[in-house]
Design a protein around this ligand. Structure first.
Ligand code: PEP
Ligand code: MN
Length: 272
């Protein structure tokens, strides 16, 4: 049985409309940015204002956080999503936020424009099937212990249930190397592009885990020739309640963003 997400099933790139202005056709690189977690109304409104002024159209932020430590901040839940929806309406943003399990699937699907299935939920078959029954674009993150083949098979649970609008996200895999949080698998990313027809998004933030390396990896990701990057940025990062070490400040992100358009152009893509 051939995989539906694979190029040998249907050779064309699977174009996905993310917003009224942005459709990924294989010639664009989209920037999605924002905090790891929605922490307060002020924080997400400040993030949206900053991103919209720069020209970033897609705002990220999670309300349900799959923390390893049960004593850590778990997310602001539905209230957080209502703040994020307010930010969308006020600043004309498109939202991407993550689902962790079926307990929050309907809430996330209600508020979000793009549904992010987090790395740890990549193997959650109920979530994948439910995502297949929606019409929203899906960002399926690769589990840090999953092979490319497993990621592609999991994507087919979404596609077989009726939603072909799946983007893959490489966000780093676990290797013997412990000096960075994970290892960004660009070899695997190239294989995904070669074997599948789904857009590919790269996540430099979770891959390295430290803000000093995020701009370098983001630039490398754009030069690699992917359909998008997703980057964590915090308006006041010393107080970030989740993934603090990898958050870029607004100043750092502004500088990085000003450098990305030329890099995208050099590899034949338009930054959107
Ligand atoms: C996130 O995007 O904040 C996140 C939890 O990512 P991942 O699922 O890749 O760990
Ligand atoms: Mn995060």
């Amino acid at each position: 049985m051939e995989l539906k997400c694979a190029k040998n099933y249907e050779t064309d790139f699977h174009a996905i409309e993310l917003t009224k202005e942005i459709t990924l056709t294989g010639k664009e690189t989209v920037v999605m940015a924002g905090p790891c977690a929605i922490e307060s109304r002020d924080q997400i409104l400040a993030s949206a204002e900053f991103m919209s002024q720069l020209g970033v159209k897609i705002l990220r932020g999670g309300a349900f956080k799959p923390r390893t430590n049960p004593y850590s901040f778990q997310g602001s839940g539905e209230e957080g999503l209502s703040w994020m929806a307010e930010a969308r309406d006020r600043y004309g943003m498109t939202l991407i936020t993550e689902v962790t399990d079926m307990a929050n699937f309907d809430i996330v699907a209600k508020y979000s424009d793009i549904i992010q299935i987090g790395a740890k939920a990549m193997y959650n078959h109920s979530v994948l099937k439910a995502a297949g029954k929606t019409i929203k674009p899906i960002l399926l993150k690769r589990h840090f212990g999953a092979t490319v083949d497993e990621l592609m098979k999991m994507a087919d649970y979404i596609i077989l249930n009726g939603n072909a609008n799946v983007m893959f996200c490489e966000r780093g895999i676990r290797t013997f190397e412990s000096s960075s949080r994970f290892t960004l698998d660009l070899c695997g990313a190239a294989v995904m592009q070669e074997r599948s027809r789904q857009p590919l998004i790269l996540d430099p933030s979770h891959a390295i885990g430290y803000s000093f390396g995020v701009p370098k990896l983001a630039k490398a990701a754009i030069a690699f020739g992917c359909d998008g990057v997703i980057i964590e940025v915090h308006p006041d990062r010393q107080y970030a309640q989740c993934d603090k070490d990898q958050a870029l400040s607004h100043e750092e992100f502004k500088l990085l963003y000003s450098q990305l358009r030329d890099i995208a152009q050099a590899v034949g893509r338009e930054l959107v």
